[in-house]
Design a protein around this ligand. Structure first.
Ligand code: FES
Length: 163
């Protein structure tokens, strides 16, 4: 599997922290998903091999925990908070606007491959709700109008990148 050198370094560092290798399965899944964007069957087998356990043991974790994805995501990842403060302040409308702008369903890859829009739980910035994380950047007070602006920006950046 093609993992970045930095991810491999972190994996090597994490495993010895656990008295029993198999206990490192969850941190490894997080690291691999961060690197690859999702957990493929190849990744499941690779992790199982590293931890000397059966692939089914890793697969069970992937299907049990909702934070693990088994499908690739778009090039940009839009995460809209749906916890109380953001929900009250219009987070659902914000999310619907992103979906409309990219013509995509929740959790799907948009037809142009550009984005995946998802709901997430509290992003720890409740005072500036509704809050949205795009890749690693937090955006505050994102109402529907701001969601349109951010969508236009992403579309503009995609065009520049494709030139
Ligand atoms: S409720 Fe949305 S950031 Fe906390």
């Amino acid at each position: 599997m093609n993992l970045q050198a930095e991810t491999l370094r972190k994996i090597d560092e994490v495993i010895p922290h656990y008295p029993v290798k198999r206990s490192a399965a969850l941190p490894l899944l997080h690291l691999v998903q961060e690197d690859q964007g999702f957990i493929s069957n190849e990744a499941i087998e690779w992790i199982a091999d590293r931890l000397e356990i059966q692939p089914i043991n890793v697969y069970e974790l992937v299907t049990f925990y909702p934070m693990f994805r088994q499908k690739p995501i778009g090039r940009r990842h839009i995460k809209v908070c749906r916890t109380l403060s953001c929900a009250i302040m219009g987070g659902y409308r914000t999310c619907a606007e992103f979906q409309k702008q990219f013509g995509t369903g929740l959790g799907e890859v948009s037809p142009d491959g550009e984005v995946t829009v998802e709901f997430v739980e509290c992003l720890a910035s409740c005072g500036t709700a509704p809050v949205v994380m795009i890749d690693d950047h937090l955006h505050e007070k994102v109402d529907a109008a701001r969601a349109r602006e951010l969508s236009d920006k992403i579309k503009g950046e995609a065009k520049t990148a494709n030139r």
